[in-house]
Ligand binder design. Structure first.
Ligand SMILES: NC(=O)c1ccc[n+]([C@@H]2O[C@H](COP(=O)([O-])OP(=O)(O)OC[C@H]3O[C@@H](n4cnc5c(N)ncnc54)[C@H](O)[C@@H]3O)[C@@H](O)[C@H]2O)c1
Ligand SMILES: O=C(O)C(=O)C[C@@H](O)[C@H](O)[C@H](O)COP(=O)(O)O
Ligand SMILES: [Zn+2]
Length: 371
């Protein structure tokens, strides 16, 4: 088993990574159920693919399971589902000392985490992530949220889990498109500040996506260690360090908004396209070698991820995309700090980006003025 500590003072916790861990979850998680029971929240797909293993393991450990099963997909991160979930949890008599289990991808993790942040002003939760995206990113760090009409993750809270239990074998049942989408957040860590890890990604992405166990464990452990380090340095994204994890997200969230937050463009797909755009924009304004930007797009496209507006299914003006960006939580004093790059592994927060120039860049991308 690999253990990655997340050091946050009295909110510290461990991430445990072990193939086959789901069948041992009862034993591993027993300490997080002070009243001898768990409530598991999951979605319909995960309930079919993974809940039986978790349930059997919890029941064998004598931990009563109350599953709450929600519809799958991004629209579940919504006010109506949040209200329904809070009412169900209150109906089950949830106490602050309880730990709700969030079994699923980032949608379930973000929604359940937020419900637990506000229920009785904060009750515990354990993340049991079952997508690659959730295993390398969303289950760790305590960002929880729902979407609103105005945009992505605009209602939320920082609320850390008590534990994160990762069983890479759960990815065996995850559809290939979802695995590829999660891979965007893996490559992100290399692009942020670890060029050697990006080299590893280029050499091992095919094996990782094909389900090679060694590649999976390496990708998950490296990603989580990077995220834990960044989150420990700047838990609430106030110091300019955690914002690095937003690489590709200002573009990506605008693309998600434009495509309606759903199956047309998955979060990881939006992030992939957003990272390619961030590198190409950085090259256009002379910050980044064009060869690095081309290398990023080539790699992401090679694993089947969209790297152009056309591939993301977006055909709208630069101004319309920039209008979505104005809801970005990084906005400060009417300005939008942007994650740009001086090269692979050299991402930084630029506080002086000209949004009119970004809009012109996006128009040129859309009309094919830029190769
Ligand atoms: N909090 C954070 O730090 C953070 C970080 C990154 C992304 N996110 C959020 O995460 C969300 C995306 O998460 P996601 O990509 O995991 O999507 P998701 O939760 O929608 O899961 C993807 C799909 O796979 C299914 N699924 C999950 N696990 C499965 C399994 N093992 N077998 C079969 N099917 C399975 C789900 O039912 C769903 O249909 C977005 O809302 C994004 O904003 C949050
Ligand atoms: O944990 C973080 O910090 C991240 O930015 C991780 C991102 O991958 C994730 O999508 C996050 O939810 C985006 O944050 P937001 O603050 O832009 O909503
Ligand atoms: Zn993300």
């Amino acid at each position: 088993m690999t253990i990655v500590p997340v050091s946050l003072g009295d909110r510290s916790y461990e991430v445990s990574i072990e193939a086959g861990a789901m069948a041992q979850a009862g034993m591993r998680l027993a300490g997080y159920a002070p009243r001898g029971r768990f409530v598991v929240v999951t979605d319909e797909n995960v309930a079919a693919a993974q809940l039986p293993i978790l349930r059997a393991s919890l029941e064998a450990a004598g931990l009563l399971v109350e599953p709450i099963i929600l519809p799958p997909g991004e629209p579940t991160k919504s006010w109506p589902q949040l209200e329904m979930l809070c009412d169900r949890l209150l109906g089950l008599g949830i106490e602050r000392s309880d730990n709700v289990i969030a079994l699923g991808g980032g949608v379930i993790g973000d929604l359940v985490g937020f419900a637990c942040a506000i229920l009785k002003r904060g009750c515990g939760f354990v993340q049991v992530p079952t997508t690659l995206l959730a295993q390398v990113d969303s289950s760790v760090g305590g960002k929880t949220a729902i979407n609103t009409r105005a945009g992505k993750n605009l209602i939320g809270a920082f609320h850390q889990p008590s534990h994160v239990l990762i069983d890479p074998d759960t990815l065996d049942t995850l559809p290939a498109r979802q695995v590829a989408a999660g891979y965007a957040e893996v490559a992100k860590y290399g692009l942020i500040d670890d060029p050697a890890f990006f080299d590893w990604c280029e050499a091992n992405a095919a094996a990782l996506l094909a389900g090679d166990p060694t590649a999976r464990t390496h990708a998950i452990a490296t990603s989580i260690a990077a995220k834990a380090r960044i989150v420990a340095a700047d838990e609430r994204e106030t110091g300019g360090v955690r914002a690095l994890l937003n690489l590709g997200h200002t573009f990506g969230h605008a693309l998600e908004a434009e495509t309606g937050f759903g199956e047309r463009l998955l979060h990881g797909e939006g992030v992939a396209c957003g990272m390619a755009l961030a590198f190409r924009y950085s090259a256009r304004i002379g910050l980044c070698p064009p060869g690095d930007a081309a290398r990023v797009s080539r790699h992401l496209a090679m694993v089947g991820l969209p790297t152009t507006l056309a591939a993301a299914g977006v055909d709208t003006t630069g101004d319309a995309l920039v209008a979505h960006m104005l809801h970005d939580k990084k906005m400060a004093g009417g300005k939008l700090p942007f994650l740009l790059a001086r090269g692979i592994g050299q991402t930084f927060l630029d506080k002086n980006v000209d949004l009119a120039e970004v809009a012109r860049f996006l128009d040129d991308e859309r009309t094919g003025t830029i190769a």
